[in-house]
Write a protein that binds this ligand. Structure first.
Ligand code: SF4
Length: 305
């Protein structure tokens, strides 16, 4: 069944001159049919440079919006219109404007996990791969507002020694991974390398061996001599890691590390999406133009590791 669906998708994809982009948190069978899998930064770069007419974005809404902003002449499809991101929904453009009003001289750095409207109100966008580099690139005499993820923000504060103005947003999936999970994993697998995502809580990050974005986890695992890893991020990552290190064992830090929004995308929905050309994600020109400036700055700043 999976093979038949994959064949139909491939055929239709070629007819439509489409490309399938999938985030590292997507279900394994979606990652397997994608033309490109990666983290938000890698997917943004790919969306900007692809020659395809249609981008099928297997991820959540803010990612499809980002692709639409970077490739305005292409049709961007999100196979499930309800695939959103609770973290991105934790700040609105109005709330950001109000915060800017209280700190009129501050620069705004927004995490890519935010709406197009919030990006349009920001000076710089960043991903978890390059947040540290983006903040380090800004003049040290400038105040910086960082939205919406407070946990990524605290990680950036620690790495840069800059005093950021944070917004109290968080990822509902990553905070479900607890300090207790990590302590247990370390006891159960004392020889494993514990890698966690910067969206995790501070006690979890303090206990981990490495704090890495998903793209950085892939690079780290590819280079590492270790053969056992505990993974503190969304479960889909384990599929991506196994592909590049089939000899190694990857264990989830917690069975609760599942993003229900990422898992809304299925092979059936990808096929329907290409058949019906749904659901088109478009961003109004005026917002896209402003948001593109903050995204362009992000795409140019690559992570150091
Ligand atoms: S894992 Fe968290 S940040 Fe990523 S899409 Fe899901 S809710 Fe949003």
């Amino acid at each position: 069944m999976t093979d038949q669906l994959a064949e139909k998708i491939e055929k239709l994809k070629n007819q439509r001159n489409a490309i399938i982009l999938a985030h590292n948190y997507q279900p394994g069978e979606i990652q397997d049919i994608a033309d490109f899998t990666g983290d938000s930064l890698g997917l943004s770069v790919e969306a900007a440079r692809t020659q395809a007419d249609v981008i099928v974005f297997c991820g959540v809404r803010f990612m499809a919006e980002t692709a639409a902003i970077l490739s305005p002449q292409k049709t961007v499809l999100l196979p499930d219109k309800l695939a959103g991101c609770p973290l991105a929904d934790m700040i609105t453009a109005e709330q950001l404007k109000e915060l800017k009003g209280r700190h009129p001289d501050a620069l705004v750095v927004c995490y890519v996990n935010s709406s197009a409207e919030v990006k349009a109100e920001s000076d710089y966008c960043c991903t978890s791969s390059n947040a540290v580099e983006v903040v380090n690139s800004l003049s040290s005499d400038k105040q910086i507002i960082f939205v919406p993820d407070k946990h990524l923000g605290r990680f950036v504060i620690q790495e840069t020694s800059r005093d950021l103005i944070l917004w109290p947003g968080y990822c509902t999936t990553h905070i479900a991974i607890t300090e207790r999970d990590i302590k247990k994993a370390k006891t159960d697998y004392p020889d494993a390398v514990v890698m966690v995502h910067p969206e995790c809580s501070e006690p979890v990050k303090d206990l981990a061996d490495e704090v890495l974005s998903t793209g950085q986890m892939l690079k780290f695992a590819a280079r590492s001599d270790a053969t056992k890893f505990v993974i503190g991020t969304e479960m889909g990552m384990i599929h991506a890691l196994k592909k590049i290190r089939p000899d190694a064992e990857f264990l989830p830090a917690s069975e609760r590390g599942i993003c229900p929004n990422m898992k809304r995308i299925t092979l059936d929905k990808v096929l329907w999406s290409l058949e019906d050309m749904q659901f088109v994600v478009a961003v109004p020109d005026e917002i896209a133009e402003k948001a593109r400036k903050s995204l362009d700055r992000m795409v140019q700043i690559l992570p150091a590791r």
